[in-house]
Design a protein around this ligand. Structure first.
Ligand code: NDP
Ligand code: 8X3
Length: 252
């Protein structure tokens, strides 16, 4: 069965994807900064009688940790068949002139630089093997810019550009590259964005039925299971109550 590396598996979309792929028998390497959460997920997956996952505690902002993590993994696995670049976050929702520089750095270093460094390391192993699949978790924010979304939207526009760039650069090596671009998904995303203000985070999902992480995991599974001659470029997925990044029908 194929071997899959998922970044940011401790919560939300990454976690749901890990469980969904584990149920299908995929061998998983799971990463994130919070070791306790990785260990709980490890137990949950073992309880499913699925292949035991490898845990790699790593911060995608730290190049050394990524290097060490990928080296450890390639020592245990002959190859990495699939990379799911999911680790990401948004911090703040303010107009650009009121933005926080530290938050900007964290978003760009996680969502863009981290994805780049992980992808470079893994792509080199895929190129050696002559095949592979990379799935980048982008966002509707990678297709449209909404008020006060400035730097987060820029980071996801960069993910969109890098997805297209990888598809071109890896073309000679048989590596498929896709993105999944969700609208509003009820995960820890908003409580992270609003720095623990749960009341404000909950308001984001009030008055309509948001997507749940399992909805996105289903799209990722669809991409992973597509036959080798098929490359799904992007899946843009919103709740029924959301038409685009601006029009969300919230019943008051
Ligand atoms: P969550 O906050 O629930 O999960 C984010 C995951 O990313 C966690 O596992 C977290 O792990 C990991 N992560 C964050 N920073 C780092 C880091 N520096 N190094 C390693 N891992 C990190 O949010 P979602 O599941 O919603 O988000 C997953 C992806 O989906 C993100 O890229 C997000 O931008 C994108 N997305 C989310 C949408 C939504 O509405 N929820 C919509 C569109 C896209 P840990 O904290 O343990 O390091
Ligand atoms: C997350 C979706 O619209 O809240 O990427 O930015 S949005």
């Amino acid at each position: 069965m194929k071997k899959v590396l998922i970044t940011g598996a401790t919560s939300g979309i990454g976690r749901a994807t890990a469980i969904s792929l584990a149920k299908e028998g995929y061998h998983l390497a799971l990463t994130g900064r919070r070791l306790k959460k990785l260990q709980t997920l490890h137990q949950e997956i073992c309880d499913l009688n699925a292949p035991e996952p490898i845990l790699l505690q790593m911060d995608v902002k730290e190049e050394d940790q990524i290097k060490k993590g990928i080296e450890t993994l390639t020592e245990q696995w002959e190859q990495i068949d699939i990379l799911i670049n999911n680790a990401g976050l948004s911090l703040g929702l303010d107009p650009l002139h009121k933005g926080n520089l530290e938050d900007w750095d964290t978003m760009m270093n996680t969502n863009v630089r981290g994805l780049l460094i992980v992808s470079k390391a893994v792509a080199n192993t895929m190129i050696k093997n002559g095949s592979g699949q990379i799935i980048n978790i982008s966002s509707i924010a990678g297709t449209q810019v909404y008020p006060n979304g400035n730097v987060y939207c820029a980071s996801k526009h960069a993910v969109d550009a890098l997805t297209k760039a990888m598809r071109v650069d890896f073309l000679p090596y048989g590596i498929r590259v896709s993105s999944v671009s969700p609208g509003a998904v009820n995960t820890e995303f908003s409580s992270v964005r609003f720095k623990g203000d749960i009341e404000r985070a909950n308001q984001v999902y009030d008055g309509y039925q948001p997507l749940v992480a399992e909805d996105i995991a289903a799209s990722i599974l669809h991409i992973v299971k597509s036959p080798p001659h098929v490359n799904i470029n992007d899946i843009l997925i919103t709740p029924t109550a959301q038409a685009n990044a601006y029009n969300l029908h919230q019943k008051k």
